[in-house]
Design a protein around this ligand. Structure first.
Ligand SMILES: C[S@@+](CC[C@H](N)C(=O)[O-])C[C@H]1O[C@@H](n2cnc3c(N)ncnc32)[C@H](O)[C@@H]1O
Length: 321
């Protein structure tokens, strides 16, 4: 197994490509030579620098038949939380590409069996996804991995967008999304049964969505009484977003509304707490609320019973029990 990091990739010249790009590829940053946005790997500020870069290689730069590209969801973290389909897909993959933290979550037998592992730190999403695509276009069977599900604030859409911008097609690389258990569901399970009725997810990350849009979405969903799963609730750069989110929720909901906080579901540092909305603003600076936390805000029917959050489905309105 080899585990690269972004800092290592500058050493790979196009002639040393592991993935067989043609010699027209001149990038010095990628094993496949396509990534052009190294700056994004070290900084995920809101400048959208990733998005403004052009893709490196296009389909014309690759010779031979393409391999496969799978976007694989790992679930919350522990190997037991992966689906059998995800495990099989990773066992079959020749190259596995992902954010370093997620690569570290993979069982050793999977990483040991892969021909190559390509990992980069947080915020290199575009370059990492492009790397995965280039490796597939060059004939390798590639899995790009992420936590939870590839369709939930993750890379499945980005992979298709970049593939299209390179002049490729999803069919040519036999693109497939292998679903995983999303954080809302993993965290909901830890809290009891808080998601049993209509639920909406909101991400507080303003890296790609302006904060004013996030605020209007929060007003809309809090006002409509959904259970809310809050992703990306806090980071050092996002302290104010968390506080603004709490203010908006408190404009629409009773301070006694149950709130469940799950940090690192299924990971070694897992922590769970059930509190109420009035207390939530005070918890922004506590360890339990960070970038690996999902917060579940109950609806007006949600209650706490025996240490569990319960959101009734509505059976009680039709049945006696
Ligand atoms: C970029 S999103 C990725 C979501 C992922 N694709 C999913 O389906 O869960 C990252 C956010 O997911 C949530 N998250 C991911 N893994 C988690 C875990 N093990 N426990 C709690 N929240 C988690 C956190 O809110 C984190 O900020």
């Amino acid at each position: 197994m080899s585990t690269d990091d972004t800092t290592d990739t500058a050493a790979a010249s196009s002639t040393e490509s592991k993935c067989g790009t043609s010699s027209t590829d001149t990038s010095s940053e990628s094993d496949c030579g396509a990534a052009s946005d190294s700056s994004s790997a070290s900084n995920c500020g809101a400048s959208a620098s990733d998005g403004e870069k052009e893709v490196g290689a296009t389909v014309e730069d690759f010779e031979g038949d393409p391999g496969r590209l799978l976007a694989v969801g790992l679930g919350p973290g522990e190997p037991e939380g992966m689906t059998a389909r995800a495990k099989a897909a990773l066992a079959d993959a020749e190259h596995i590409v992902g954010y370093t933290t997620y690569i570290d979550l993979l069982p050793d037998d999977i990483t040991d069996d892969a021909d190559d592992i390509y990992s980069t730190p947080m915020c290199g999403e575009v370059s990492r996804t492009e790397e995965a695509i280039d490796r597939a276009l060059a004939g390798n069977d590639v899995a790009i991995v992420g936590s939870g599900d590839p369709n939930v604030y993750a890379l499945a859409g980005l992979a298709l967008e970049i593939l299209e911008s390179k002049g490729g097609t999803a069919s040519a690389v036999d693109f497939e999304v292998v679903p995983g258990v999303p954080a809302a569901q993993s965290c909901g399970a830890r809290l009891g049964a808080p998601l049993v009725n209509d639920t909406v997810s909101v991400s507080l990350s303003d890296h790609l969505t302006p904060m004013e849009d996030i605020e209007s979405r929060l007003h809309a969903v809090a006002g409509e009484g959904f259970t809310i799963a809050i992703y990306n609730p806090w980071s050092r750069k996002r302290r104010e977003n968390f506080q603004r989110c709490c203010e908006i929720l408190l404009e629409h909901r009773d301070p006694e509304t149950p709130v469940g906080i799950v940090h690192g579901a299924s990971r070694e540092d897992e922590a769970t707490r059930i509190t109420d909305l009035g207390t939530l603003p005070e918890l922004g600076e506590e360890d339990i609320v960070d970038m690996t936390t999902t917060i579940v805000v109950g609806n007006e029917e949600t209650y706490v019973w025996d240490g569990r959050m319960v959101t009734p489905r509505g059976y009680e309105t039709k049945y006696d029990y």
